[in-house]
Design a protein around this ligand. Structure first.
Ligand SMILES: O=C(O)c1cc(=O)[nH]c(=O)n1[C@@H]1O[C@H](COP(=O)(O)O)[C@@H](O)[C@H]1O
Length: 268
């Protein structure tokens, strides 16, 4: 089955909350876990256990596993497998992007069925050109997976580039969004866009359609309340409202309740 119907079904069942798996060193310490392979694995698997049956999607932050080298990647492999076995959709947040021939390696790593780091979706950067991602889109489509392309990110530094106007008058962000929506219109694949909750979407000129999912980080620690979701996006938009630190700071014992409370905050 392609990614879009899988995502739609999971969102209909569980709602829009996406739980980040971000093992910051400060959180590992607060959770009384060592900053090593076993600590990372325990952290990730505890988040998976708390998220399973409660949310549609988890989003491991690859950088924070990568920081630990081979041990971090070994832990991440097990967390990815655990999450997929638990019925969660897994969006690997690795923000990959290179020339096309190199992107094929990223697609093989993250979006190929049976690969050690197999995920359901991967965040990718379009700054080497959206067309350079064609191989990633194709691999994802073959495996019933998706790429989530950075359009308007949540960090304040991004606006200068992503909000800049191209010769046709569109912003860079809107141009990326249009390319991804056009591919979805052709293929029905459900590739996504990353649009931060902190972003002035209208100023970037992005109008979401119902076939292009949106990953929206920026809730919680970056200052946006989950209750604001429906003021940020139209009702037809397929939004993943993503939060990491604001949930994870509840600790291993409190995480399930924190996820429940966050779900309750989201408009239905
Ligand atoms: O792709 C992302 O998930 C992402 C895009 C973006 O625009 N902003 C953003 O914060 N993120 C990621 O979302 C998570 C946000 O974490 P918290 O601020 O702790 O909720 C981090 O893993 C970021 O790397």
């Amino acid at each position: 089955m392609s990614f879009l119907p899988r995502l739609r079904a999971a969102l209909a069942e569980h709602g829009a909350l996406c739980v980040g798996i971000d093992p910051h060193r400060s959180l590992l310490e607060a959770w009384s876990l060592a900053a090593d392979g076993p600590g990372l694995e325990r952290f990730g698997r505890t988040v998976v256990e708390a998220a399973a049956g409660r949310v549609a999607v988890v989003k491991p932050q690859v950088a924070l596993f990568e920081a630990h080298g081979a041990a971090g990647f070994a832990a991440l492999e097990r967390v990815l497998a655990d999450a997929r076995d638990a019925g969660l959709l897994v969006l690997a947040d690795a923000k990959r992007g290179d020339i096309g021939s190199t992107n094929d390696g990223y697609a093989e790593a993250w979006l190929t069925p049976g690969s050690p780091l197999e995920a359901d979706a991967l965040t990718v950067s379009p700054y080497l050109g959206v067309e350079a991602l064609d191989g990633v889109f194709e691999t994802a489509e073959r495996g019933g997976k998706a790429a989530f392309v950075l359009a308007a990110t949540s960090n304040p530094e991004a606006a200068a580039i992503q909000g800049a106007a191209l010769p046709d008058g569109r912003t860079v962000a809107a141009s990326v969004a249009r390319a991804v929506a056009q591919r979805n219109a052709r293929t029905g694949a459900g590739h996504g866009l990353v649009i931060g909750a902190t972003v002035d979407r209208a100023a970037h000129g992005i109008e979401p359609d119902a076939a292009t999912p949106i990953l929206s980080p920026g809730f919680g620690a970056q200052g946006v309340g989950l209750a604001e979701l429906r003021t940020l996006f139209p009702p037809h938009a397929l939004v993943l409202a993503s939060a990491s630190r604001s949930l994870l700071q509840a600790g291993p014992a409190g995480l399930g309740d924190a996820i429940e409370a966050a779900r309750a905050e989201l408009p239905r």
